[in-house]
Design a protein around this ligand. Structure first.
Ligand code: SF4
Ligand code: SF4
Length: 463
C-alpha cells in the first residue's frame, strides 16, 4: 500500500484507508469472521457482573500502590498543569494544603492490616509507596517521616518500595536522602529549553535552566542511581514534538522518556479553545516524525501505537484470556463488570491532602471519593460505593452500553464521564455500524507493527 492510501482519523487516532478501499476492507473482515477471529458472545449476559464489597476488600488486601498527595503547594505554575486554569472541577481548587502526617500514618496502619489478611494472594507482597503533589519535595519532612514509619512497620506481607514524581527543582538538595532510600524517581521534562517553556515559576520566568542544573547534578554525581532509578515523563504539546523530547533526553541522559498527552477530561469550558491549541496527539505526531522507526525501536513495547495493538489483541481476538479461571470454565459462563472502570484500588489508592481516598489521581474527587481519613479513623463505605457504581452501570447500560459495539471491549472509565448531569452521556459510545471501520483501523495498526506481534502475545499480560 502507498502512504497516500491513508488518511488520519481523528476519532479513532489511526491512519486509515481511504474510502475507495472499502471493498478490500470488507473482504478482509469477512475472511477474519470466516476463520472465527472475532469473539461472538452474548454481551448482556457476559457484562451482567456487578460490584460488591468483596471486590474492594480484595483490592485493598492485594494493594499494589499507595499514592500520597503530599502537598498542593508547587514551586512552579505550569500552563499545562492538570490542576491549572485549563481545567475545572473540585480537584483543581488548590489551597496549598499539606497532607497531615497522622492521616497518612492511619492509612498505612489500615492497609497493613489488609495486607496481612488471607485475602492477600500477591506473589511478591511488594507495595509502592509513592509521593505526589504539587511538588512533593516541598514537604520533605513529611516524606522522611513516612519513610521512617514504613520501615518500622514493614513485614513479610508488606514489602515497600518508594517512588516519587517531581519537577526536579529540589532534586540536588534532597538527592542523598532519596538515593539512600532507593527511591524510584519520575522527572517531568518536556525536552529542550523551547520545548519546556510551559514549565514556569509563578512570576512567569521559565524554569528550564534550574531544572537542568538539578538533573545534571544527579547525572554526574550519582551515576549508578541515575541509571537504575531515574525515569522521565514528557508531556507532548504544541511547543514540542515526540522526536524533540525523545532525542533531547536520550542524547543528554541516555534515557528513553515516557510520553503522555494533556489530560482531555475536565477541561474548563472557557478554556476549550486554548486547550485544543496546545493539545497534540502522540500517535499522530510520532507517525509524522522522520525518525518514527528509530523511536519506535527504542520504545519497543512502550510505543503508544504498540500499546493500542496490544489492547486490540487482548480484547478482540480469541487468543487471550482475561482470567486463569477462563481456561477451565466454558467461555460463555464467565461474567464481567461493564465499562472500562477498574475495580477501585486494584491499580492504586490515592490519598488527597484533605484525607479523601480515591482510586487514582486522574479523576476528580467530586464523584469518586470512596472514603475519608481523619485523625482517629479510616472510613470506607463499601456498600455506598458499590451501589453508587452499580447504579451508574445500570443507567449507562439502558441508554448506551447495550447497543454499543465497544461494550465488551470498553476502555471508558465512568469517573471520566460528566456524572453531574441528570442524563449521562458517553462520548466513547460506538454504534455497531462503525465496527468494520474500527476493526480495520486496528488491523492497519497491527499490520504496521507486526514485528511486535509475537512479543506482545508472550510478554504483555495486562495493558
Ligand atoms: S482513570 Fe478510572 S479506570 Fe483508570 S485507574 Fe483511574 S479510576 Fe481506574
Ligand atoms: S464506550 Fe461508553 S457506551 Fe460503550 S460500553 Fe463503554 S461506557 Fe458503554
Amino acid at each position: 500500500m502507498k502512504s497516500d492510501d491513508f488518511f488520519y482519523d481523528n476519532e479513532t487516532k489511526y491512519f486509515v484507508l481511504q474510502p475507495q478501499d472499502k471493498q478490500q476492507r470488507n473482504k478482509k473482515e469477512n475472511y477474519l469472521k470466516s476463520v472465527g477471529f472475532y469473539k461472538e458472545q452474548d454481551k448482556k449476559r457476559k457484562l451482567s457482573g456487578r460490584f460488591n464489597a468483596e471486590h474492594i476488600k480484595d483490592s485493598l488486601a492485594n494493594a499494589l500502590q499507595v499514592v500520597f498527595e503530599v502537598t498542593e503547594n508547587c514551586n512552579l505554575d505550569c500552563t499545562s498543569c492538570g490542576y491549572g486554569e485549563l481545567y475545572s472541577g473540585k480537584n483543581s481548587k488548590r489551597e496549598k494544603k499539606n497532607l497531615p502526617l497522622v492521616y497518612a500514618i492511619n492509612f498505612l496502619d489500615f492497609i497493613n492490616k489488609f495486607l496481612n489478611q488471607n485475602l492477600n494472594r500477591s506473589l511478591n507482597k511488594r507495595i509502592a509507596i509513592s509521593f505526589y503533589g504539587g511538588e512533593p519535595l516541598l514537604n520533605i519532612e513529611f516524606i522522611k517521616s513516612i519513610v521512617d514509619y514504613v520501615n518500622k512497620i514493614k513485614n513479610e506481607n508488606f514489602d515497600p518500595r518508594f517512588a516519587m514524581t517531581t519537577n526536579a527543582l529540589l532534586l540536588r538538595k534532597h538527592i542523598a536522602f532519596l538515593a539512600e532510600n532507593n527511591f524510584r524517581i519520575l522527572v517531568s521534562l518536556d525536552g529542550n529549553k523551547n520545548n519546556n517553556s510551559y514549565r514556569m515559576y509563578p512570576n512567569g520566568k521559565e524554569a528550564f535552566d534550574e531544572i537542568i542544573e538539578n538533573i545534571d547534578f544527579v547525572y554526574q554525581n550519582y551515576p549508578e542511581f541515575f541509571r537504575k532509578s531515574v525515569d522521565f515523563n514528557s508531556v507532548i504539546h504544541n511547543k514540542n514534538s515526540v522526536s524533540e523530547a525523545f532525542n533531547f533526553i536520550l542524547d543528554r541522559y541516555k534515557k528513553n522518556t515516557k510520553l503522555s498527552e494533556l489530560n482531555t477530561s475536565g477541561i474548563n469550558e472557557d478554556k476549550k479553545h486554548e486547550f485544543w491549541e496546545k493539545y497534540k496527539n502522540i500517535n499522530e505526531d510520532l507517525d509524522q516524525s522522520e525518525d518514527y522507526r528509530f523511536i519506535r525501536d527504542k520504545l519497543s513495547l512502550e510505543t503508544p501505537i504498540v500499546g493500542q495493538v496490544s489492547k486490540f489483541i487482548h480484547t478482540y481476538t480469541n487468543n487471550v484470556y482475561q482470567k486463569y479461571i477462563d481456561f477451565f470454565e466454558a467461555p460463555n459462563n464467565t461474567t464481567y463488570l461493564p465499562t472500562g472502570t477498574c475495580i477501585p484500588f486494584s491499580r492504586k489508592i490515592f490519598i488527597t491532602t484533605k484525607g479523601k481516598i480515591l482510586p487514582c489521581e486522574r479523576i476528580s474527587d467530586e464523584f469518586s471519593t470512596m472514603g475519608y481519613i481523619s485523625e482517629s479513623t479510616v472510613a470506607i463505605d463499601y456498600d455506598r460505593i458499590t451501589s453508587y457504581m452499580n447504579s451508574i452501570y445500570d443507567k449507562l447500560w439502558d441508554t448506551y452500553c447495550k447497543q454499543c459495539f465497544y461494550a465488551d471491549k470498553c476502555m471508558q472509565c465512568i469517573f471520566n464521564l460528566d456524572l453531574n448531569k441528570d442524563k449521562l452521556v458517553c462520548h466513547g459510545y460506538k454504534h455497531e455500524s462503525k465496527s468494520t471501520q474500527i476493526i480495520f483501523n486496528y488491523l492497519n495498526a497491527l499490520n504496521k507493527e507486526r514485528k511486535f506481534y509475537k512479543r506482545l502475545l508472550k510478554e504483555v499480560f495486562y495493558v
